[in-house]
Design a protein around this ligand. Structure first.
Ligand code: HEC
Length: 243
């Protein structure tokens, strides 16, 4: 009995540093308000994405006309998203800047964002896009608490405003806080909602078939329920004389 206790204690001791490291290294993530049924939010997100992100990033697995699935007609896609003349609604989303020039300008090539919501998670993106802060030591003048030393500048700064990082020391514990030093054109809650729409769109883009799949799921369930009623009636019919 004693040896078992000792073994358990030893195992716990071995695991403790791992647990401590695991929790310490993690960045706190806020929960993204993802709702793929909210087509108006997805459309607002699509606007923001094409207007603000396609300058540097591409989404080559996404065709513009997939936006039909979130309730945009071909005409709306062309006009509202201001597609250039040579871009067709059936084209994939290409970046305005070519990857090499972007790499020269920012040190890192901006990755394709087609499936970014699957590789990074919605909560990560929602937190990342809200945690840029001014940093005079970085080439772009910006840093980010979710992605330290990121090469991307804060491209939504005119909307959010400028945040400053405040590091406070409480009895040896460092706490980092972001404070809005210069307001942008949006109120903080408005900015959070806009980023929420953008992340909602990024989740949709990572798996556009999800919307269709959900609908298909309900149809299949409906079909199975009807089948169940029929089979049950049949079973009663077959067994009614056998007793
Ligand atoms: C001015 C060019 C530029 C614009 C515009 C831009 N980005 Fe970026 N972005 C970059 C660069 C460069 C990187 C690579 C940063 C690095 O790895 O250090 C990056 C990285 C990212 C990453 C991290 C990717 C990863 O997992 O490593 C995400 C997410 C992202 N951008 C999202 C966006 C979104 C959403 C928008 C639109 C609101 C946007 N970006 C607009 C240049 C840009």
């Amino acid at each position: 009995m004693k040896t078992i206790k000792k073994l358990c204690a030893a195992a716990l001791l071995v695991m403790l540093p791992a647990l401590a490291f695991g929790s310490g290294a993690e960045v706190h993530l806020d929960t993204a308000p993802v709702n793929l049924k909210d087509k108006v939010s997805l459309q607002r997100g699509a606007h923001l994405f094409t207007e603000r992100c396609l300058a540097c990033h591409a989404a080559t697995s996404m065709r513009y006309n997939r936006l039909n699935d979130i309730g945009m007609s071909d005409d709306q896609i062309k006009k509202d998203l201001q597609l250039p003349e040579d871009v067709k609604v059936g084209s994939t989303m290409q970046a305005a800047m070519d990857s090499n020039s972007a790499k020269m300008a920012y040190g890192v090539a901006p990755p394709d964002l087609s499936v970014i919501a699957r590789s990074r998670s919605a909560d990560w993106l929602y937190t990342y896009l809200r945690s840029f802060h001014v940093d005079a030591n970085r080439p772009s003048g910006w840093n980010n608490t979710t992605f330290p030393n990121v090469g991307m500048p804060h491209v939504l700064a005119d909307l959010q405003g400028e945040q400053h990082l405040k590091v406070e020391n409480h009895e040896g514990h460092e706490t980092k806080k972001l404070e809005l030093a210069t307001p942008g054109s949006m109120q903080p809650a408005e900015y959070d909602a806009a980023v929420g729409d953008l992340v909602n769109y990024l989740v949709f883009m990572s798996e556009p078939a999800k919307l269709v799949r959900h609908e298909l799921g309900w149809i299949v369930l409906g079909f199975l329920s009807i089948l169940f009623v029929l089979v049950y009636a049949l079973k009663k019919e077959i067994w009614k004389d056998i007793h």
